[in-house]
Design a protein around this ligand. Structure first.
Ligand code: ADP
Length: 474
């Protein structure tokens, strides 16, 4: 089959979170299964662009409202990512260093989607499926089916939409309706949710199939979806959950070039110890104490607002027996608070405010526990990386965390689970972590060895997507 993935992120080209990891790995595994998998994304000005070789494959022009824009499509020459990578460039809109966060993000991503549809509609053959990821590509299923400029060519190509994060929906005021290429006006309702153009809602309505990145998240969206609950309930017949996998080549403690010391299941103790020593040295922490880390966006979804209080309480209540390290960026007030705390809890807590791919790998390898108290977690990849690196996940029972982590108190459990995103539950779990680390050494050792053998690769999920696409073929 020929599959086109279209997304705003793709590791290692441009990544802000889990979406980038997924779009950078799922196509690779689909290609390994013998399919032609392609990724199309905006051409940001990231390092990857300047360090790779490209060929021009198409140039075209289209309207964004009354603005006539020119676009070009380039293809990475070497195919070393394991799939074909195409970047769409639109001067003045996509030529930025960052992925998101600009005042004109609406214009940027609508223009990208128009250029994408325009380019595909000029192909001499058609792909078997177009797989859109999250709201930045959520207008594509509508455009393919209903916009005059594209529907003749694209309406019969199956579209799949994956919800990686239902909290962000890409809302656009109806005052910008003219950006969307012409369509029969009675179809406006397919774009609308609560008097706003809602790309996420539109994709859920118009895509042939909708997937979420874990089974539990699909259930949760029917009760909590930032206003789209009824829609997810209504469209449940065409929706399924497919658990994300991880790229086991990128995330492999045996070969990971970011680590000070590589290790496998047999050498987990020695390997982790060396990496921990390095991390603790770097952050002024005590390598003889258990190290509990948090990696992620400092936002409410991740319950990062609980970290300052939960970490202080844990240090006081457990008499400084554990050390804490936070890597993240997000809400400015939290960044400031966590930055300030490192002076207050010098030797017990430290933080790196910002984004660092190399440091994240070192922390997965050098920590003993990884804390994820999320309020919402569609799938979560961090816990799978932690497992692979022999680090015990401490997770709130929600979404994909619930689907991937079993508590060590249950049969063959290998993690710590708690029910509420609260300071009390986190502090209590820190107590359980200390107990495990100090008093149940056998269980702790077994868990670390066992965790590293759990298969979270894309092998089975990549095939599930293929089966889903096949079911859409006439
Ligand atoms: P999200 O909701 O942010 O997409 P996921 O768990 O699905 O959460 O994926 C998060 C990904 O982003 C992981 O690869 C994690 O290591 C990475 N990540 C998050 N914050 C940072 C950071 N500050 N520095 C480096 N990597 C980060």
């Amino acid at each position: 089959m020929e599959i086109i993935h279209v997304a705003a992120e793709c590791y290692p080209v441009a990544k802000a979170g889990g979406l980038g990891d997924v779009v950078g790995s799922l196509p690779k595994y689909q290609a390994e299964l013998g399919h032609v998998a392609k990724v199309v994304m905006p051409m940001y000005r990231t390092k990857f662009l300047y360090t790779h070789q490209w060929e021009l494959v198409h140039e075209g022009s289209q309207y964004l409202g009354s603005h006539w824009f020119h676009y070009s499509v380039i293809k990475e020459k070497t195919n070393k990512l394991g799939f074909d990578l195409y970047l769409i460039d639109i001067n003045g809109l996509l030529d930025r260093e960052k992925i998101y966060g600009y005042d004109d993000d609406t214009e940027r991503f609508i223009a990208f989607q128009i250029a994408f549809c325009d380019w595909i509609s000029r192909w001499s053959h058609l792909p078997d499926v177009i797989h859109c990821h999250d709201h930045h590509t959520g207008l594509i299923p509508f455009m393919m089916k209903h916009c005059y400029a594209f529907r003749f060519k694209l309406a019969n190509i199956p579209s799949v939409f994956t919800v990686h994060n239902g909290q962000y929906q890409g809302w656009i005021g109806w005052d910008k309706y003219y950006y969307i290429p012409g369509y029969d006006s009675w179809n406006w309702g397919l774009l609308d949710w609560n008097n706003t153009i809602n790309p996420m809602a539109s994709a859920v309505k118009c895509a042939w199939k909708v997937t979420t990145v874990s089974h539990s998240y699909l259930d949760e969206l029917k009760h909590s979806a930032n206003g789209l609950e009824n829609l997810f309930e209504y469209e449940k017949g065409k929706s399924i959950g497919v658990l994300n996998g991880i790229d086991t080549e990128v995330w492999d403690p045996q070969t990971d070039s970011f680590l000070i010391k590589n290790y496998d299941k047999e050498l987990v103790d020695k390997g982790k110890k060396k990496n921990k020593k390095e991390i603790c040295g770097q952050f002024g922490l005590d390598e003889d104490k258990p190290l509990i880390a948090f990696i992620g966006r400092l936002v409410g979804e991740k319950a990062a607002d609980l970290l300052p209080e939960a970490i202080s309480q844990s240090i006081y209540q457990h008499h400084g027996k554990a050390n804490f390290l936070v890597l993240g960026s997000g809400e400015p007030y939290l960044e400031e608070q966590l930055d300030h705390m490192k002076h207050q809890f010098n030797g017990y807590f430290n933080s790196y405010i910002g984004y660092s791919e190399p440091l994240s790998h070192m922390i997965y390898a050098g920590s003993d526990f990884l804390l994820m108290p999320s309020r919402v977690e569609p799938c979560g990849l961090n816990q799978m990386y932690a497992l692979r690196y022999g680090t015990v996940p401490m997770v709130r029972s929600v979404g994909g965390l619930k689907d991937t982590i079993r508590d060590f108190g249950d049969k063959e459990g290998f993690g710590i689970r708690f029910d509420q995103p609260s300071v009390g539950d986190i502090t209590y779990s820190v107590g359980r972590a200390l107990d495990l680390y100090n008093n149940k050494q056998d269980l702790y050792q077994w868990m670390r060895g066992y965790m590293m053998t759990i298969d979270h690769s894309w092998d089975s999920s990549a095939q599930q997507y293929i089966d889903l696409y096949q079911s859409l073929k006439n």
